[in-house]
Design a protein around this ligand. Sequence first.
Ligand code: 5AD
Ligand code: SF4
Length: 457
Amino acid sequence: MDFHDYINKVRERFQRSDFAPLAYVHSYGCQQNVSDGEKILGMLADMGCGITDDRSSADIIILNTCAVRENAEEKVFGNIGELKRLKEQNPDLIIGVCGCMPQQKHIVERIRRSYKYVDIVFGTFAIADFPKLLSEHLESRKFTEDTEERNSVPTEGMRVIRSCFYKASVPIMYGCNNFCTYCIVPYVRGREHSRLPEDILNEINGLVSDGCKEIMLLGQNVNSYGKNLDEPVSFSELLRRINALDGDFRIRFMTSHPKDVTFELIDTIAQCDKICKHLHLPLQSGSDRILTAMNRHYDLQKYMDTVNYAREKMPQFSLSTDIIVGFPNETYDDFLMTLDTVKKVGYDNIFSFIYSKRKGTKAAEMEDNTSDEDKSKWFRELLEVQRNVAEENYKRFEGRVMTVLFDGESRRSGYISGKSDEFIIVEAKGSTELIGQMKKVKITSTRYWAVEGEIID
Ligand code: 5AD
Ligand code: SF4
């Protein structure tokens, strides 16, 4: 039996008892996880459930968890703790915990020990087995678990329920082969596995004909897309095929690993009109010593060669990055090299994190004599530097026309907010009816976190 059969089985069971449960799914963490959550919602809807965003009225609650940093995990445990009260009020409530956290043994043990009211636990590999697990739980009413590792995750043909009609994330590959020493992802998401290009193109075609304006291609390392397919296809080739599809939409992707970004990819971005002129290129550290300890397989020179080539081809090119502050035994000199690189590259956006020790990773075993106080101090210093860098950078947009997809209300009344092709927040006077529309905006002023302009078209 595959997941379709179990979906039918559960739906028939609900129909027989004349019960249409309400389901609530919350996804933490990265866009890959959000995308998995959309599949879980799709399966629940196919099983006959109604969908709610109010967990107190739900009959089924699924927390789709993130393990990338400790504070993300503690937040999840806090939220699982809050569900105890709901379970006491409604003993028939079904609580599921899935995603990256249960892919670690010690987490499942903690759930079993301290959160006995959790009913179903499954990991990232078992997403297609969720209907089976739910079916088994409905029959036995016992704790049901599947956290086994598998070679691949069969999700083709799964219905997806997206919360947004104008933007969509499309996974192009799953897993990661890189084993950066600080990172838990390869342990909880397994080895790289690319989707077939025709499946990706079909999905995007469907989305675009439904009116979707932005396609975000997802993978932990999109630059190694297609290497292991029976008929290998490079990421650049995939991008060119997507760019050639009919329709008025733009293409983004993340994440690019600096070790695998080729000049061919930069040329592809420059030549394809639908691809946003922006690259998220996680630096992690500006110190070669730390990059080696992180097992990143590039040095600062290689990173800067990529940045310089991109800027040569596209002078206005926008870059964002991830930075980890306080890797084991990082010194202030190492950190200064990161600061220096941040200034040199001139990122438009930085996502910075204090290093978080992840059990089972190589870095967790490394000696660490750097104090938490220093790490926090340096982290604040990085934020301050980036604020100045972005303030200076954003001035280049003044007077320019940007293409903006509006996605929400601004905090200022009468204003709406969106993202430009460069992934910059743009605010403009306008009503919420414009949300979901792509417009040209002439920039009139800039700040350090956003720019502002007038809609001209
Ligand atoms: N501690 C801090 N940050 C981490 N990241 C991944 N693992 C850790 C960790 N253990 C950050 C990296 C990555 C981003 C998604 O999360 O910067 O690029
Ligand atoms: Fe983690 Fe490195 Fe893989 Fe990114 S490339 S998911 S940081 S191991």
